[in-house]
Design a protein around this ligand. Structure first.
Ligand code: AMP
Length: 214
């Protein structure tokens, strides 16, 4: 089953992803995570993506699509995947559809997390992320038990993502409205999209997402 987890930055896609992957038995393919891993490892891809990420802009479509096609071809993703943070433009959506069709697959489910901008700004500016495993925290609502230390993996690497600083957050939201929001009507015209109120408590969102998977 190929699932698209859609929504603006800060909507809770990363937080919901693990449960969705477990329920559907598919791997988590998060383009942002792939870029951050490459950045951390100092690869050429990471160097290339850095400027775009720092400015809150999108990495060029072809680069992202090649990366995703490559990832979806790996053994663990042959039965489907959870796409998180992709597609982010209509061009990416079209290339994804073309690739899936060519491989006898399709977008089976779209989950759209809906959260208003003012909530997103508060969430993203207070978000802290584990650099080792990607777990998400929030300084006010969900801090790690020990400051700076990840509850999930124990690494002392819970920090603010560079692109979660306030000035970049605003740029990312602008990018979302300018380039990514248009993907939603494109998806709705092709697949049944389940809208989920992402402002509800994490557990409630998880239940709603779970029931959408059928
Ligand atoms: P995320 O973790 O999904 O918020 O992604 C962090 C950053 O990685 C984004 O602000 C973009 O610069 C880049 N990125 C992630 N996914 C994509 C994508 N599908 N298309 C273009 N750029 C992306």
């Amino acid at each position: 089953m190929d699932i698209v987890l859609f929504g603006p930055p800060g909507a809770g896609k990363g937080t919901q992803a693990a449960a969705v992957c477990a329920a559907a038995n598919v791997p988590h393919v998060a383009t942002g995570d792939i870029f951050r891993k490459n950045l951390k490892e100092g690869t050429a891809l990471g160097q290339l993506a850095r400027g775009y990420m720092d400015r809150g802009e999108l990495v060029p479509d072809q680069l992202v699509c090649d990366l995703v096609a490559d990832r979806l071809s790996q053994a663990d993703a042959l039965g489907g995947a959870l796409l998180d943070g992709f597609p982010r433009t209509v061009v990416q959506a079209e290339l994804l559809e073309r690739w899936l069709t060519a491989h006898g697959r399709r977008i089976d489910v779209v989950l759209n997390l809906v959260v208003p901008d003012e909530v997103l700004v508060r969430r993203l500016s207070g978000r802290r992320t584990c650099r080792a495993c990607g777990a998400s925290y929030h300084v006010d609502h969900n801090p790690p038990r020990t400051a700076g230390v990840c509850d999930a993996c124990g690494a002392a690497e819970v920090v603010q993502r560079d692109d979660d600083r306030e000035e970049t957050v605003l740029a990312r939201l602008q990018t979302y409205h300018r380039e990514t929001a248009a993907v939603l009507p494109w998806l709705r015209a092709r697949v049944a999209v389940t809208d989920v109120d992402g402002t509800l408590p994490i557990g409630v969102v998880q239940d709603l997402v779970h029931s959408a998977l059928g």
